[in-house]
Each structure stands twice: as structure tokens, then as C-alpha cells.
Design a protein around this ligand. Structure first.
Ligand SMILES: NC(=O)C1=CN([C@@H]2O[C@H](COP(=O)(O)OP(=O)(O)OC[C@H]3O[C@@H](n4cnc5c(N)ncnc54)[C@H](OP(=O)(O)O)[C@@H]3O)[C@@H](O)[C@H]2O)C=CC1
Ligand SMILES: CC(=O)C(=O)O
Ligand SMILES: [Mg+2]
Length: 758
């Protein structure tokens, strides 16, 4: 990752409009009518309802999703007491993180007040605006008094992020690091550098998780908190050591764990060298850690090293906590964030780090693969699973401890809601995967010895989406699994050259021969074809040894489709096959066809493609609103060529399938903008509906359109969904991503679920 320069950071904050946040209205506001609803007179109605029943404030205002990030600027990162204005970039930054990671809205509030009592009064006075209060960068010991008083007084979650966020994340990292180096939490000797907000709270949590407080040595700016110190406030007194050590350097000798929550650059290589075997070093001061990643790892090859920074492995930073903790707390309208909720968050984070890491995360960090180990002890902030994992755990803990005023009744729906909030995968993707999980099927993969296929197979196995069967060289597959630390359990591998019995080969050959003997294929040729993985996979499906076949990842589409057509064939009521893509856009899914099979379709082929596509779209529980596209509208072009073919196809569809909402020929903008179309062509059968299904006049236009949409990142593409085959055979595009492969597997399984048993 490129290092950040001072100038880049300043430019970033200054450019366009200064700062990092803005307020965006959530209701229509373009007409006089809208404004009368948004403001007076309409606005008086919710005011009256809230006056009658104060809880209605959650129903009619943004309160329930609005968190105050409040600071007085007295402990801004490790920069110290730099004042409220100077702390504002950090608070805006927290606002940005709340929004992008958990869809929580934030007002950052910088208060020019250091005295705890007055600060408490300010926060209390503004609290009606908010669903939660995130205290930030307020120095110790004042922060303890402030948080305790506000928690007592307010019935909304109050959470000092530097204390508890840091404690939760570092505890998760510590538990995982100890698991890796095999040390027991009860035995470890721990040095904490810093005795402020973060350090005190972290240490309390470690002790509650099993660290022996007698094994803890804590230091502040004046040295070790020991029995010789007479200057300690009550919070520091809690961690006075009986050991006769005075300096950080002495304390570090033989220590198993170092936790830095102070200021940058305090720890030398020599100190790291003096630690016990397999030391754990979390240098969490920001922006500069107590010791750099380079220096710590140069000093000790056996170190497990983490910092608070995003540009090194193992970022232990409260960003992994506050967005998701508040999300969960707000969603159940918790009255507080209690210890159980914090521990649930820590455990959820620790557990997630040990799970399979999706490719999307690896790609975000420029890695081929990320697996639990010394350089990955804690999830990455860009991991889209965090919201579901952590927020769900927090919400559950709130319910279990009786602080949830609005308990969640349907966890599946809640997870879906969380995922929708972030647009993680779109409703359709989730629902296809969920449907697949209900009845997973046996899926054969032609390219079992490809890394991406193996990653997808790992996912679908874990998520119980399918029972995979891999075709390929077993030795090579096992080596790839080992090298990349993949977990595929007892996945079935078939080496079509070596491990197929004579009986089985002849059974497959006979099936093929029976289908092709009058099309010129001899028995010997059929036998020979069983050494081709595309024939082999398709034959497994045909003979009932598998339910679906996925191929084409590494070869030409036409080469893969031919065996499938010969073995499986086209459905009785279909004249041909066609390919469809589902594009997940911000406006919802849009279906495109034909994107993969028929180069220059006749009018009848366009009709067939439309019918196949309509059927497929309905399987997603979506009513197809179909536009047959061209470069002309409703007969405007009089010459020969695609508009005429499309027009003829529409005529046939109108005559033979009057119930179908379909029209054309039309240009793409008229298809996608129903109001525009209706204004000019009010007779059209789609009325003023935007089309959700686009049928292209030829393969070039269909294929180009989906690739353009996909490449410019406006839509996630799922497909190509092969339509018209008797049994589920799907042919991936070359260079499909792991996510695309997973989605195709889910579609293949859902397809297989609807194939009647023979
Ligand atoms: N990675 C993460 O997620 C997070 C990191 N942090 C980092 O932790 C640090 C502390 O933040 P916070 O607790 O909020 O701030 P506080 O102001 O509450 O505490 C700072 C502590 O650092 C101590 N300190 C300062 N200089 C030294 C020194 N030379 N040797 C030993 N201790 C020293 C102070 O000692 P004294 O008491 O004597 O003044 C004080 O105890 C910051 O660098 C911050 O960026 C904080 C939150 C989250
Ligand atoms: C990360 C953070 O909150 C801090 O360093 O203060
Ligand atoms: Mg902070």
C-alpha cells in the first residue's frame, strides 16, 4: 500500500468541498407539494404525534439511526490535547466510517469544554436528537467520570470508543494471537504502555477474560505504576504492580505481551528482543505506533505484530467495532451497551478471523488469499461480513441481557436487512444463495484444478450451498489446497484419466452412444469422449450421478457448450438455448438476453429467447417487463435489418402471448425510462413501467452491454445463466471472479432443485 504523504492528506481534506461529510435529504423535495410535506404545514403532524407519544420520535425522525460523535479534543489520537477544532477531522472521519461500514448517520460535535461536569451537561442537553452517543478522544481520567454519568442519566447507548472499542478489538486480537502461539491467557506476562482511557479499559477487559492482574505492569509518562508512586489517580491505582520495576525497559524483559496505548516511538528493538519467546506486540498508538512494524519484525522473527494503522498487517483499530456495535444496539433500540454486548462483539470478531476470507476482501488488500495466521489475527475493516457478524452478535447480547426495547423477531430477515443496507450482495443474490442452501445439490466442476474454482468450492461447501465434485488431477488439486491453506474437507475428486472404473466409463459411453449413434458417433468415439471433462461432467448429470455441471472457466464457450448440447439437450418445449445475465444495479435487477449464444437471431429466435427469459425472470419472483431493443422506436425505421426483425418478433409475441408485458422495438433509453416512453408512446404495452428485462437484437449488442456495465462497475453481473437446457449445465465466462463462480453454483443448485426426479 502506498505510504501517505502530508500533502496528499491535506489535499484530500481540502479538495472539492472542504471536509469529509455532508447532509443528504432522504425524502422527495422537488415540488411545492413535497416541500409542504417536508416542512410547514405537513411537518406539524409528526410533531403532534410525537408530543402525544414521545416514542414516535423513532417513527417520524432520523433519531433512531443518528449517533453523535462527541469530543472535546483533549486526547485526539496520540496527538494529545489539540483542542476541539483540531480534533474535528478525526470526528468527521469517524462519521464517515460509521456511514460506510454500517449505514449509521452521524453528527460530529466538537465541544469547547474540558470540565467534566459542564461537558456532561452539554451532552445531556443535546441527547434528544440522537439514538446513541459515541464519546471520542476525551482524555483520562475525565473520560471515566463523563461516561459513567451519561450512562446513568441517559436511556440511549453511551459508549466511549477509545475505551471500549479499543478494548473489544484488541481483546479479539489477543485471544487469536494466543491461540496461534499456544500460550495460555492465565499465564501471560503483560506490559501496558499508557495508563489513559484506552489502556485502563483494555486492561480491565483482558483481566475479565482471564489475564492475571498480578502479571500486568502498566506504565504512564512517568514510568511504571508501582508501589513507590504517590501521584496516581484512582484509575491508575487499580493497576499498581508489586514488582520492583520502574521503567518500561525493565518491564519488557521476559514479557509475553506488549500493548501500546500511549504515543509513538517509545519502544526500541532492544526492548522487543528482551521479551519472552513468541512475543505479542500490539503497538496501537496513532498515527505512529510505539514501535514500527518494520522494526518490531526485524528485531524478532517470532513476533506477532499489530498496529493501529491500515497500511500494515493486523490493524488493531476501533474502526472494527464502533460502526457495527452501534448498528446492533440501534437496531434493537438498546438502552445501553453493556459488558455482555462488548464481549459478544469481541468473540464475534475473533471468530470471524478464523473463517474463510472471501475473495472480495483479499482483492481489496491486493492479496491472492488471506488465511488465519500471524499476519491475519483480526478481520480486515473492508470485510463486508463484519456488519452481519458483529451487529448480530451485539443485538443478540442486548436481547439476552434485557436491554433491547425492540427485539429482533426474524434473524434471517435482520441479516438480509443488514446486507441490504450495505448493498453487499443485493437481495437477489442473497435470496438465490438462501434458496440453494435449503436443498443443496451435487455439482460437478470441470476445472477442479483451478485456484479460483477451489476458492469458490471452499465457500459453497462451508455455506452448504452445494456438494461439490471436482474433475481434475488429484495430486495437483491436493497440492493447490495445501499451498493456499484451503479447507475443502472430504471433497470428492475424480481424475477422469486415472480413477474411473471400466464399468463406469462404459456406462457413460453407452449413454452417449445411445444419444448420438444416429448422428454419426461410433461406440469407440463415445468411449474416447469420456476422457473429455465436458462430456464426462455432462454425462454424470445425465446419468444421475450429479445434479448440475459447471464448466467453461478456462475454455472457449462454444467448445464447452457442444458436449452439453449433445448429452443433455434442449428442453422439449424450447427450440433453442440462450444466455441471460442478471445485472444487480442500484435501481434493482435488470435481466439481459441473449448475451452468449445466438449471433444473428431470426424473429422466431428472438421470440423464443424472450419466452425463455420471461420464464427465468419469474423464477426470481420478479414480474418481467420486457423491452425488445433496437436503434429505432415502434416502427420508425422502415428499411431492412434488426429493427424489422425485432418488430416482427414483437408482433408474434403480442399475438401468441398477449398476457406478457412486452413491447418494442425500442431504444434503450425508452426501455429504461417508462415515463419518457409513456409520454411519447402511450399505447405501449409496458405503460409507464421501466423495463427490467432487455432482449437484444443480436449477440454483439447483448454481450457488449453486459461487459460495459460490468467493467465500469455500475452493476454486479450474475451469469451467464444458460436457458433452455434440459438439466442444469452452466458455462462460466473465462476469468470469472470467485464471487461470480459462487453465484453461478447457487443458480445451478436452484435450477437442479426444480428438475423433476426421474
Ligand atoms: N488503535 C486504536 O484503535 C486506538 C488507539 N488509541 C491510541 O492510544 C493512545 C492513547 O489514547 P487515549 O487513551 O485515548 O488517551 P489518554 O490521553 O487518555 O491517555 C494517554 C496515555 O498515554 C500516556 N503516555 C504519554 N506519554 C507517555 C510515555 N512517554 N510513556 C508512557 N506513557 C505515556 C499518558 O500518560 P499520563 O497518564 O502520565 O499522562 C496517558 O496515560 C493514543 O495514541 C491513541 O491514538 C486510542 C484508542 C484507539
Ligand atoms: C483510533 C482512535 O480512536 C484513536 O487513535 O484515538
Ligand atoms: Mg479515538
Amino acid at each position: 500500500m502506498p505510504r501517505i504523504s502530508r500533502l496528499d492528506a491535506l489535499k484530500y481534506h481540502e479538495k472539492n468541498r472542504p471536509g469529509k461529510i455532508e447532509v443528504v435529504p432522504t425524502k422527495p423535495h422537488n415540488t411545492q407539494y413535497d416541500l409542504s410535506l417536508a416542512y410547514t404545514p405537513g411537518v406539524a403532524q409528526p410533531c403532534i404525534e410525537i408530543e402525544k407519544e414521545p416514542d414516535n420520535v423513532y417513527k417520524y425522525t432520523a433519531k433512531g439511526n443518528l449517533v453523535a460523535v462527541i469530543s472535546n479534543g483533549t486526547a485526539v489520537l496520540g496527538l494529545g490535547d489539540i483542542g476541539p477544532e483540531a480534533g474535528k477531522p478525526v470526528m468527521e472521519g469517524k462519521g464517515l466510517l460509521f456511514k460506510i461500514f454500517a449505514d449509521v448517520d452521524v453528527f460530529d460535535i466538537e465541544v469547547n469544554e474540558k470540565k467534566p461536569q459542564k461537558f456532561i451537561e452539554v451532552v445531556k442537553a443535546i441527547s434528544p436528537t440522537f439514538g446513541g452517543i459515541n464519546l471520542e478522544d476525551i482524555k483520562a481520567p475525565e473520560c471515566f467520570e463523563i461516561e459513567a454519568a451519561l450512562k446513568k442519566e441517559l436511556k440511549i447507548p453511551v459508549f466511549h470508543d477509545d475505551q471500549h472499542g479499543t478494548a473489544i478489538i484488541s481483546a479479539a486480537g489477543l485471544l487469536n494471537a494466543l491461540e496461534l502461539n499456544g500460550k495460555s491467557i492465565e499465564d501471560i506476562k503483560v506490559v501496558i504502555c499508557g495508563a489513559g482511557a484506552a489502556a485502563i479499559s483494555c486492561t480491565r477487559l483482558y483481566v475479565s477474560l482471564g489475564v492475571n492482574s498480578e502479571n500486568v505492569v502498566m506504565c504512564d509518562s512517568k514510568g511504571v505504576l508501582n508501589e513507590g508512586r504517590t501521584d496516581l489517580n484512582p484509575y491508575k491505582q487499580e493497576f499498581v504492580t508489586k514488582r520492583k520495576v520502574n521503567t518500561l525497559e525493565e518491564a519488557m524483559k521476559g514479557a509475553d505481551v506488549f500493548l501500546g496505548l500511549s504515543v509513538g516511538g517509545l519502544v526500541s528493538k532492544k526492548m522487543i528482543k528482551s521479551m519472552a519467546k513468541d512475543p505479542i506486540v500490539f503497538a496501537m498508538a496513532n498515527p505512529n505506533p510505539e514501535i514500527s512494524f518494520e522494526n518490531a519484525t526485524a528485531a524478532r522473527s517470532d513476533v506477532i505484530m499489530a498496529t493501529g494503522r491500515s497500511d500494515y498487517p493486523n490493524q488493531i483499530n476501533n474502526v472494527l467495532g464502533f460502526p457495527f456495535i452501534f448498528r446492533g444496539a440501534l437496531d434493537v433500540r438498546a438502552t445501553q451497551i453493556n459488558e455482555e454486548m462488548k464481549i459478544a462483539a469481541a468473540k464475534a470478531l475473533a471468530g470471524l478471523a478464523k473463517e474463510y476470507v472471501p475473495e472480495i476482501v483479499a482483492r481489496a488488500y491486493n492479496k491472492q488469499n488471506i488465511v488465519f495466521g500471524r499476519d491475519y489475527i483480526i478481520p480486515k475493516p473492508l470485510d463486508p461480513r463484519l456488519i452481519i457478524t458483529v451487529s448480530t452478535a451485539v443485538a443478540k447480547a442486548a436481547m439476552d441481557t434485557g436491554v433491547a426495547q425492540n427485539p429482533i423477531k426474524n434473524w434471517t430477515a435482520y441479516k438480509q436487512e443488514l446486507s441490504n443496507r450495505m448493498g453487499i450482495s443485493g437481495k437477489q443474490v442473497m435470496s438465490i444463495r438462501n434458496k440453494a442452501r435449503q436443498n443443496p445439490k451435487r455439482v460437478v466442476f470441470a476445472e477442479g484444478n483451478d485456484f479460483k474454482i477451489l476458492k469458490a468450492v471452499q465457500y459453497v461447501t462451508r455455506e452448504k450451498i452445494a456438494h461439490p465434485i471436482l474433475l481434475g488431477n488429484e495430486e495437483k488439486i491436493r497440492m493447490l489446497i495445501k499451498e493456499n491453506q484451503l479447507e475443502l474437507g472430504n471433497v470428492e475428486i475424480i481424475d477422469i484419466f486415472r480413477t474411473v472404473t471400466e464399468d463406469k466409463r462404459h456406462k457413460l459411453a453407452k449413454t452417449l452412444y445411445e444419444k448420438r449413434k444416429r448422428k454419426g458417433m461410433t461406440y469407440d468415439e463415445a468411449l474416447e469422449n469420456t476422457y473429455n471433462r465436458d462430456y464426462f461432467g455432462a454425462l454424470m448429470v445425465e446419468t444421475g450421478e450429479a445434479d448440475a455441471f459447471i464448466s467453461g472457466f478456462s475454455r472457449k464457450y462454444a467448445d464447452t457448450i457442444r458436449p452439453a448440447l449433445q448429452v443433455i439437450g434442449v428442453k422439449e418445449d424450447c427450440n433453442h438455448i440462450a444466455g441471460m445475465y442478471m445485472m444487480i444495479t442500484k435501481q434493482g435487477p435488470i435481466f439481459l438476453a441473449d448475451t452468449t449464444v445466438n449471433m444473428n437471431p431470426s424473429s422466431q429466435t428472438l421470440v423464443d429467447t424472450t419466452l425463455l427469459t420471461a420464464r427465468e425472470v419469474k423464477r426470481f419472483n420478479i414480474e418481467p417487463k420486457i423491452a425488445l431493443l433496437s436503434y429505432s422506436n415502434f416502427g420508425a425505421f422502415k428499411g431492412l435489418g434488426s429493427p424489422v426483425r425485432v418488430k416482427e418478433a414483437v408482433q408474434i409475441l403480442h399475438e401468441k402471448h398477449p398476457d406478457l408485458m412486452v413491447d418494442g422495438e425500442m431504444q434503450a433509453n425508452y426501455a429504461l425510462n417508462g415515463k419518457l416512453r409513456y409520454k411519447r408512446y402511450p399505447f405501449n404495452k409496458l405503460g409507464d413501467h421501466d423495463a427490467n428485462t432487455l432482449i437484444f437484437p443480436n449477440l454483439s449488442s447483448g454481450n457488449i452491454t453486459y461487459k460495459v456495465l460490468q467493467s465500469i462497475g455500475t452493476a454486479e453481473a450474475i451469469g451467464p445463466i444458460l436457458m433452455g437446457m434440459k438439466k442444469p449445465i452452466h458455462i462460466l465466462q473465462r476469468d470469472s471472479s470467485v464471487r461470480e463462480i459462487i453465484n453461478m453454483v447457487a443458480i445451478a443448485v436452484v435450477d437442479a432443485q426444480s428438475v423433476p426426479e426421474e
